[in-house]
Ligand binder design. Structure first.
Ligand SMILES: Nc1ncnc2c1ncn2[C@@H]1O[C@H](COP(=O)(O)OP(=O)(O)OP(=O)(O)O)[C@@H](O)[C@H]1O
Ligand SMILES: [Mg+2]
Length: 598
């Protein structure tokens, strides 16, 4: 769809261009509208750009391509659309760039990344999907109502009435059968007489929360997050839980294990769909992700994890605007699957690269800079991302969740910098990785004294009902024990071991035991890397008992020896297959050892 040109380029600065309408009386420029530049020197190319700032008949736009060869006077076509993502069956298993260009398809012809001016359809136009209508002609439907389904890999994909329709329509025609994403499957008519065709695919502007209008119209409702997303990582699920529909961040210094932890969470969490937004420094990192993920096994189905994953990739070598857009593209896809009543997880690794893209663009627009040259709206941009997490009761009463977890990579591991600080203000769970713990190989290197999760309190009703009535109090008690262990260790550094009381010494040993056998978890062991919640519950009960029962050791050496033996047995227990003979034997040994302690 080529439109007639309506504007001209008046200035070019790197990937920012200025344009002016030919006809200021009748034309109109709109913020976030997608435009295409047709370079006079390469008239067969159309370079995609997005309007960022409008000043009467002039605008600044960011170009999603290299602007080499773009000159003053080049023609500009307006698309009349906002930057959008194409939603429909066929998203799962795909790898896209920030503008939903499928990378594998393009890679075959062009190497991993795209040549300039090439756009490919986000959903394969040739594939036929088997559509089963669930509504009939004459039925009344509203925006977001499902009118049929299509099987897509492991999920039943609901085909929904476009989300911009906040009105009631009558179905005048609907069909079953094998169709492509662009063929009509139904026709709707409004009371006003307006008609609309429904296809398997629909477009959505990525910067607008997808359910906004149907929530405003009362068709769908936001719900309070009240159940946990079980990650199978003990330190997360027990100490710093993340709610289904929650927002969490993982800041950490270079190499502290952010990517490894996020990949574990992507693989083992109890969610239906994962969207991974990989914002890398180097192309190599991203290529690693693209090649590694399809090789990962889905622990639930035994198939490839890719079957329920969408990857959005970008690197510093890609145009800055495409990097900036990628996070919104990923979230819109997550929101779409949430609207089917599914549990979705969007992971952004790392959001610092995304914030840097924002900073570059803001610099080129010569906006008034805030702290460390980030734009003054850094805070609100970060908030607008994490705010899109949440639980939604959809039109048909099913409940979907979108959980967002972003990593942050502050230079030098300094959490005081603006991106980390703005992120901390926007999330409800903070998993801070520490250099010290990573250096000691205490993985996952989440610092238990620094991290927090307000979901610990918000999920108290769930844990009381499903784990134990006094769960939250005992977790708080174990957190206090870690704190005390840390204080004793500091004191010991000053006074030496002789300077601390036996009671303090035992507390410090108990804290260390808790750390070694419960907080730390081996990502490279098949059993230990994923602890089901029932197992975590049983282990926590044991650890809590062993760390809080009264001891009457004769001296510090006796205490040290006892906790060392306990830790040895417990670690092996973590590695033992649930229900195995090994497990039973280790539990018996542990209980005997505990009985023998004074
Ligand atoms: N849970 C873990 N168990 C064992 N080793 C780990 C674990 N997490 C991280 N590592 C080790 O640390 C290395 C770096 O981890 P990772 O790439 O996840 O760090 P990062 O914080 O993402 O780094 P960057 O800042 O470069 O993105 C890994 O290659 C691995 O050797
Ligand atoms: Mg990383």
């Amino acid at each position: 769809m080529t439109a007639a040109p309506t504007a001209r380029i008046t200035a070019v600065q790197e990937d920012i261009v200025r344009l002016r309408l030919d006809d200021a009386q009748n034309g109109r420029l709109v913020k976030n509208e997608v435009i295409y530049i047709v370079p006079a020197r390469a008239p067969d190319q159309r370079l995609k750009a997005e309007v960022l700032r409008v000043e009467s008949d002039e605008a600044d736009a960011q170009v999603f391509e290299s602007t080499g060869g773009v000159g003053l006077g080049d023609r500009v076509e307006q698309s009349g659309r906002l930057l959008s993502v194409k939603l429909g069956p066929g998203l799962l298993g795909r790898v896209y760039d920030g503008l939903q260009n499928p990378l594998e398809a393009l890679a075959v012809g062009h190497g991993v990344f795209l040549p300039r001016g090439v756009e490919a359809p986000g959903l394969d136009p040739a594939v036929k999907w088997s559509f089963t209508a669930t509504r009939r002609s004459g039925d009344k439907v509203r925006g977001g109502d499902a009118i049929g389904t299509v099987p897509e890999g492991p999920i039943t994909h609901k085909i929904m009435v476009p989300f911009d329709l906040d009105d009631t329509f009558e179905i005048t025609w609907i069909r079953d059968g094998a169709v492509t994403v662009d063929e009509p499957v139904a026709r709707l008519k409004a009371a006003s007489g307006a008609e609309r065709e429904i296809r398997l695919a629909q477009d959505w502007p990525v910067r607008e929360p997808l359910p906004r209008r149907i929530i405003r119209a009362g068709f769908s409702q936001r719900r309070f997050p009240d159940s946990p997303m079980i990650t199978k990582q003990r330190i997360v699920d027990v100490f710093f839980p993340i709610a289904q529909g929650g927002a969490a961040c993982i800041p950490g210094p270079f190499g502290a294990g952010k990517t490894v932890l996020l990949n574990l969470i992507a693989r083992h969490s109890d969610v239906d769909v994962v969207v991974l937004v990989a914002c890398g420094e180097r192309a190599g990192e991203v290529v690693e992700t693209i090649t590694e993920f399809p090789r990962l096994k889905d622990p639930r189905t035994g198939g490839s994890l890719m079957d329920r994953t969408v990857i959005i990739c970008n690197t510093s070598s890609m145009p800055v605007a495409s990097r900036e857009a990628s996070i919104y593209t990923g979230i819109a896809i997550g929101e779409y699957y949430r609207q089917m009543g599914l549990r979705t997880l969007v992971i952004a690794d790392s959001t610092s690269r995304w914030a840097q893209a924002m900073r570059e663009t803001s610099g080129r627009l010569e906006e008034i800079p805030g702290e460390e040259a980030f734009p003054a709206y850094l805070d609100s941009s970060i908030k607008s991302v994490y705010e899109r997490a949440g639980v939604v009761e959809t039109n048909d009463g099913s409940v979907g969740a979108l959980t967002i977890i972003g990593s942050v990579s502050p230079a030098g591991g300094n959490f005081e910098e603006p991106v980390t600080q703005s992120t901390l203000a926007a999330v409800t769970c903070f998993l801070g990785l520490s250099y010290d713990r990573a250096y000691k190989r205490f993985y996952p290197a989440i610092d238990p004294l620094l991290s927090w999760s307000r979901y610990r309190g918000q999920l108290a009703a769930w844990t009381a009902k499903n784990l134990a009535p006094d769960w939250t109090e005992r977790v708080d008690a174990m957190t206090a024990l870690l704190q005390r262990g840390d204080e004793v260790a500091r004191m010991e550094q000053v006074t030496g071991e002789e300077g601390i009381s036996l009671e303090d010494f035992v507390a410090a040993e108990a804290a260390r035991f808790l750390d070694m056998v419960f907080l730390q978890q081996d990502a490279f062991d098949d059993i230990d890397q994923a602890a089901p919640i029932e197992r975590q519950q049983a282990m926590f009960d044991r650890v809590h008992h062993l760390a809080t029962r009264r001891y009457a050791f004769a001296d510090k050496e006796a205490a040290r020896q006892h906790f060392t033996k306990l830790a040895g047995l417990f670690k092996n227990l973590n590695y033992a297959a649930p229900g195995s003979g090994d497990e039973a034997r280790l539990i018996a040994d542990l209980e005997a050892l505990d009985k023998s302690a004074p």
